[in-house]
Write a protein that binds this ligand. Sequence first.
Ligand code: SIN
Ligand code: CO
Length: 382
Amino acid sequence: MNILNLGELTPERFLREYWQKKPLLIRQAFADFQPVIEPDELAGLACEEEVEARLVVQSPDSDDWSLRQGPFDEQDFASLPASHWTLLVQAVDHWVPDAAELLAQFDFIPNWRRDDLMISYAVDGGGVGPHYDNYDVFLIQAAGQRRWEVGGLYDESSPRRDDAPVMILPEWTAEESWVLEPGDMLYVPPQVGHNGFAVGDGCMTYSVGFRAPSHAEIMRHFTDFVGERLRGEDRYRDPDLDVQANPAEIGDDAIGRLRAALHRYIDDDALLGEWFGRYMTEAKYPELDQAPEEKVTTDELRDFLAGGGSLSRNEGARLAFRRQGEGWQLFADGQCYEGSTQQGPLFASICGGGGLDLGDDTDFAIELLTQLVNQGVFYSDD
Ligand code: SIN
Ligand code: CO
């Protein structure tokens, strides 16, 4: 099992000094790193219809870049040049249970902030070029060597190559550079420019990526969520209206009424919390229906568990919970389930990496688990 060792650095210090602030290289963050997937298995995943994969090829002489989206086939791999290409496979944690163990090493960051585990395979010189991401990422060197260069802060207004299908920052300059060996890890905060390229063949890099909704997404999705719950009678009101000097003027009093109306929703913790829980747990690939072909009944599940059967979390499931008033809410792939005050340990165990704690109210627990199995959030290990 791969155990993250921050050395002198505690998770608290990492969060205080580096998280969302500055890059950090940790040599041997994972001593004796054990890859969770072999290169040929990664290539196999990239050939699957439902797996998100990319091939990025650079022509080193002309500095032309090409990008192809999967799924790929054997012929695609056979026709690649000898150097300067990389295969990138998204959400490997959805398909490889061992990857979940690796991600659990990052539990000092809320797991609803986590996006996925992306794995890249590159031959000598292969990489995606100098770019920035809007997300935090931990780059773990899993096999072979990669040179990482980092430096500078970039944003939407930064010049970029308009002839390349991937983001290439033409004016990028490295401020620091290291060659990473297996087990080394580099943390890169959002917007920090970085460039990684394989030094020799057989370079595998794991990206533990996080996500943070943009303010545009927050505004759009929260207002949609609220809008769907309001009545036509919930309207702009002005019973305090005064005669205006000019009837065409939109005065500060009107803006004040508008702000007060918006505050009613934004200041409502229950509304904001339920929306955020649902939104942050929406499935990465909602089109992949994980629900079982045949629904289980509560009695069937009770018998299954009583007979020693166990349930596993779907590798791609996104789960979170929050306190709401006297009770608790569980969020699972965008759905919200309500529980009373005693269901806290059950909800926590449903979201956690360990076993399930059904608590005293096993009827409630089995009823809820039945719904989660039928939603595709859990599956039975038989
Ligand atoms: C990689 O090439 O493995 C990582 C790409 C990145 O920097 O986002
Ligand atoms: Co990047």
